[in-house]
Design a protein around this ligand. Structure first.
Ligand SMILES: [Fe+2]
Length: 415
């Protein structure tokens, strides 16, 4: 309740700030330059629709760079005007989350005015960065302040709305920190070329960037579709084997929880969660008469069953976005004492992620009914894990795993 109030308070403050800047704006910048204004507006709208999704609640768009170029070429009101009108078009276009979008529009207008005032007012920069190296430095500072206000304001809002925490804020700065400076530098180039060489050269400058963007977008779409395919495969395995239905998900959830408990970053924990979902993906390569056999497997059948970590690691190794984690899949049946498979690794030779998955895998296997036995009780399963410490499992991980498993059983008991 309290944070909701904070959210609306911040929102209204941002809208008021934008209103204050707009009512004190120098509209001559726009009225005196109708053709360039139309040109920048078209560029802005074109680039608004070329965005790359770099995570929840954060879209990286080329239009920031076009807006920045507009400020540097004609001044803060001109830039804020291009940005404001462009965004209004966009809001009307997809009519989603209108209030939030208006607040973000206000933040944008405010930061555009501030950046323009820093460049022209504080430093006395020239139009189109035409006065040499110092102008470039001023523009960089203005661009940096624009970015900083943007991130901090967005965080203030998202945090109040319960959509972002402090660690998530820092984690999401990273992709921005890599991709934003080149965009602003390109914006500076755009301003320089437009001011000194006119429309044709400016358009020529946008073409290569559009191509790069088109390439990144297609790459991302490709990776996304691969990811979707792989995760639907996981569901296929769980669906195929009635005794392990939801097994992958349970293993992944507990692995993520253990990871957080032992101090993994959010990003690492999420990575481990993803890979744990896929730990048994290699079972797609195991024939039904073995995978679904009621009763014990004979030696030959076991030999085949034991290839599933290798098949899984090979499969995942083909996917660029997961390839670095394929080892966690290959070794999820290794034992701390070296008696596991497929490679008989021991102790810390076994990748850490694989050691965590092994614990969660064993726990879930014990806690579910199998063709040849009923699920073990919480107490017995916990003591099995404890007894396996230093033999089957990493002794340093066991205490953390026990905490997670115990907490999970408490929740189940309460239900
Ligand atoms: Fe497995």
């Amino acid at each position: 309740m309290k944070s909701k109030l904070r959210y609306y308070l911040f929102s209204i403050l941002f809208i008021l700030a934008a209103g204050a800047f707009l009512s004190n704006a120098n509209w001559g910048e726009v009225i005196g330059n109708p053709l360039p204004f139309a040109f920048f507006l078209i560029l802005f709208l074109g680039s608004t629709f070329l965005h790359i999704d770099i995570g929840k609640n954060s879209l990286l768009t080329l239009n920031d760079a076009v807006g920045f170029a507009a400020i540097l070429s004609f001044g803060p009101t001109f830039g804020a005007g291009v940005f404001g009108i462009g965004m209004v078009f966009h809001i009307i276009w997809d009519r989603k989350a209108i209030f939030r979008r208006i607040v973000f529009l206000s933040i944008g207008i405010t930061e555009f005015f501030v950046a323009g005032m820093i460049y022209f007012g504080v430093f006395g920069g020239s139009h189109g960065i035409s006065d040499g190296a110092l102008d470039v430095a001023y523009a960089l500072i203005a661009g940096f302040s624009l970015w900083l206000i943007d991130r901090i304001s967005a965080f203030a809002l998202l945090e109040a709305a319960g959509l972002q925490t402090v660690p998530q804020f820092f984690q999401r700065l990273k992709p921005f920190a890599v991709s934003l400076p080149p965009l602003y530098i390109w914006g500076m180039g755009l301003a320089f070329v437009f001011t000194n060489s006119g429309y044709v050269f400016t358009l020529a400058l946008t073409v290569p960037l559009l191509l790069v963007y088109a390439y990144f977008r297609s790459q991302k779409a490709y990776q996304d579709s691969l990811q979707d395919t792989v995760f639907s495969l996981t569901k296929t395995i769980d669906a195929r084997d009635e005794y392990t239905g939801r097994h992958s998900e349970s293993v992944a959830r507990n692995a993520g929880l253990i990871a957080r408990r032992i101090g993994f970053s959010e990003e690492e924990a999420a990575g481990l969660y993803e890979i744990s979902l896929l730990h048994d993906i290699g079972k797609v390569g195991i024939r039904d008469n073995i995978l679904l056999k009621h009763g014990k497997l004979d030696d030959d059948e076991w030999k085949i069953m034991r290839t599933h970590p290798i098949i899984g690691a090979d499969l995942v190794g083909e996917l660029r976005f997961l390839a670095g984690s394929a080892d966690a899949i290959r070794h999820h049946h290794e034992r701390w004492d070296g008696g596991g498979y497929p490679d008989g690794l021991r102790g810390e030779e076994i990748p850490l992620w694989a050691r965590i998955i092994a614990l969660c895998d064993a726990w879930d296997a014990m806690r579910t009914d199998r063709p040849y036995r009923k699920a073990l009780s919480v107490e017995i399963a916990l003591s099995e894990i404890e007894n396996g410490s230093g033999k089957q499992f990493d002794p340093e991980l066991v205490p953390f795993a026990l905490e997670v498993f115990r907490a999970e059983s408490d929740v189940v008991d309460e239900e």
